[in-house]
Design a binder for this molecule. Structure first.
Ligand code: M6P
Ligand code: ZN
Length: 186
């Protein structure tokens, strides 16, 4: 593979890249309020929740994979739009996020049970240490756009993230947001 340069557009897209689009119908189970999911699917048809532009880097040791993610603003019930979230298959690998636009939160969670929430917004850098599962939430009114880089052979483990959750859910409240500990839904 030869060195190259890429374009990162104002809209947050990488060119060239492969695009992954996640629609509500595909990720419906990540949201707490299944009745709200049904209502949206019925009234809107479907909804693009987020898209990922992944640079075409070999998934091999030594390479650094990277992407940009655009999470569109919106809620499912009171819960803000968010990514599926994942652990790395190779647990001992970390990741770096750089906020390009918008306002978001990064939810982090270890298999041992502890969880953390850190801000991710324009100009901020967030570090995901090895062993921490991660999910991103858009708490703003405009798209949340961020750049991410990780060891290319880390792999995505969605199953563990789905089984354990992230410890908290991020809900709209008044003019801001509130964190609800998982398992405490009214
Ligand atoms: C970031 C990176 C990617 C990830 C994407 C969407 O761009 O962490 O590896 O795929 O966010 O997150 P998820 O895969 O959890 O849907
Ligand atoms: Zn990751």
């Amino acid at each position: 593979m030869k060195p190259f340069a890429q374009i990162l557009t104002e809209q947050g897209t990488l060119q060239p890249a492969s695009v992954l689009r996640r629609y509500l119908s595909q990720i419906r189970h990540i949201f707490a309020n299944q009745r709200a999911v049904e209502a949206i699917l019925k009234s809107e048809g479907d909804r693009l929740v987020y898209e990922v532009y992944v640079a075409e880097i070999p998934e091999a040791e030594g390479h650094v994979a990277y992407s940009t993610t655009i999470i569109y603003p919106g809620q499912v019930g009171d819960e803000y739009h968010m990514t599926k979230g994942h652990f790395h298959v190779r647990r001992g690998t970390g990741e770096v996020y750089f906020g390009l636009r918008g306002r978001g939160l990064l939810l982090l969670r270890r298999e041992e049970g502890d969880s953390e929430v850190v801000p991710l917004e324009e100009g901020s850098v967030a570090y995901v240490p090895p062993f921490w599962g991660h999910r991103t939430v858009n708490i703003g009114q405009e798209p949340l756009i961020f750049f991410a880089a990780w060891p290319a052979d880390a792999g995505h483990d969605y199953e563990t993230a789905e089984r354990l959750g992230f410890g908290v859910r991020v809900l709209h409240a008044g003019r801001g947001y509130r964190l609800e500990r998982e398992g405490e839904e009214p």
